[in-house]
Design a protein around this ligand. Structure first.
Ligand code: ATP
Ligand code: MG
Length: 425
């Protein structure tokens, strides 16, 4: 045999046995987002590299070292990048298609694969999937609260174990520059106590130091001046409003005045939803407000707020029995050539009626019943030479082990009656 080709490191096949869990999660998301009036947006999985450099920021881990970047071809030989996140792409589309001319806010959601060159480990892949929402065109704190509530509703509807919402404000263009300098001055005084990354961050992205997980850096981080203590009045009011809305619908949260996000574009509200059950990669959902990004990407000044949620991490938390097994109502067994054709027709007819049925793979009867059991079918429908001659079928309830003879034209009623919980004759 030739050498086998395997999936690239850091990627995972979602196999048929797991696909039901993904569909379950996606179905609940779609239904919930419909009730909140969010519209889906689908953008390309690759974009001009420039979009991420400008939209995410040069001094972030993502742009600095995690992007899959390649050259286009022919007349389009410029630089492209597989999307590492989707806010930049959504904002690009929002500007390109002038969604800002439509009534605000535009409430958008997306789902799809993202790509980051990282060291693969539990809950960290090179191709992973995010569900995300973005509310574009309003600065009102009600939307900061709403996007958080969408996320907590979604997680609650999935029946996930206790998750904690952590909330902070990172300030805005009024108060952050002064805080940034204040923090930078403090960090410059503690360079020996910081890891190499944080020494670099001190100069180009000092807020990111607060996000460092290296044990050595923790004492310096703990004693650092907080943005919370340095917010301007507008930011303080905004934060109080967000908290008030959350309280109004009973969403609990914890203030974390050291919470910052890795990306440069956040203003005011930032939040994460974390789980105690995920080990090191414990953030399931992360987001915040980004009032400067649309303008940064060439659109008119447009406030916005949103989040991205890692679906692999969410699925790690979803209990194995959270998802109902796909239901097969009947396995249709044709015994003999003519009966097999009849079975094929019957299966086709039942499927047109919306019933989930499959055709047996043939062979000895006991093998066919084993197949029915393995597929979780409720009924076996048996068509042999005798049945064919009389225009009937045997419908066997596999759990009750009861069998009845039914005219062919009544098979679907027998199965459908059973589906609706009706009783058998
Ligand atoms: P982390 O601190 O875990 O690296 P991040 O700040 O890079 O997270 P975001 O860019 O905010 O993450 O992405 C939002 C969510 O997407 C994360 O909270 C996480 O659930 C998920 N996520 C991010 N990177 C990965 C990855 N490489 N593999 C799987 N999920 C990921
Ligand atoms: Mg990361």
């Amino acid at each position: 045999m030739a050498n086998q080709v395997t999936a690239p490191k850091g990627t995972k096949d979602i196999m048929p046995a797991e696909a039901g869990r993904w569909q379950h999660v996606e179905g609940i998301a779609r239904e919930l987002l419909r009730t909140y009036r969010y519209d889906e947006i689908r953008t390309p999985v690759f974009e001009s590299t420039d979009l991420f450099q400008r939209g995410i920021g040069e001094n972030t881990d993502i742009v600095g070292k995690e992007m899959y970047t390649f050259l286009g071809k022919g007349e389009d030989a410029s630089s492209f990048t597989l999307r590492p996140e989707n806010t930049a792409g959504v904002v690009r589309a929002y500007v390109q298609h002038k969604l800002y001319t439509l009534p605000a806010p535009q409430k958008l959601w997306y789902i799809g694969p993202m790509f980051r060159y990282e060291k693969p480990q539990a809950g960290r892949q090179r191709q992973f999937h995010q569900l995300g929402v973005e509310v574009m065109g309003s600065a009102s704190p009600r939307w900061d609260a709403e996007v958080i509530v969408v996320a907590t509703d979604f997680l609650a509807r999935l029946g996930l174990p206790a998750l904690e919402v952590q909330l902070n404000s990172v300030g805005d263009e009024n108060c952050r520059p002064a805080y940034r300098e204040h923090l930078q001055a403090y960090l410059r005084g503690h360079q020996d106590e910081l890891c190499e990354n944080c020494r670099t961050r001190t100069e180009n992205n000092p807020l990111r130091v607060l996000d460092c997980k290296v044990p050595k850096c923790q004492p310096v981080i703990q004693a650092a001046p907080t943005i919370t203590a340095n917010l301007c009045e507008g930011c303080r009011d905004h934060q109080a409003e967000v908290e008030g809305y959350l309280a109004a619908v009973g969403v609990t949260f914890k203030r974390n005045d050291r919470l910052v996000r890795g990306l440069d574009y956040y203003t005011r509200t930032v939040f994460e939803i974390v789980s105690g059950d995920l080990g090191a990669q414990n953030t399931v959902c992360a987001g915040g407000r980004y009032n400067g990004l649309v303008e940064e990407l060439g659109g008119p000044a447009t406030p916005a707020v949103g989040w991205g949620l890692g679906l692999e991490r969410l699925l790690m938390l979803l209990p194995a029995d959270a998802v109902p097994a796909p239901g097969l109502i009947a396995l249709i067994m044709g015994v003999g050539n003519a009966a097999e054709r009849q079975a094929f027709q019957l299966a086709h007819e039942l499927r047109r009626q919306g019933l989930a049925v499959d055709l047996s793979n043939g062979g000895k009867m006991d093998k066919q019943f084993k197949q029915a059991e393995r597929l979780g079918a409720r009924y076996a429908v048996i068509l042999g030479e005798d049945e064919l001659a009389k225009g009937v079928a045997q419908v066997k309830d596999l759990a009750a082990r009861a069998q009845q003879t039914v005219p062919l034209s009544d098979v679907k009623d027998a199965l459908m009656g059973a589906v609706a919980g009706g009783k058998q004759s």
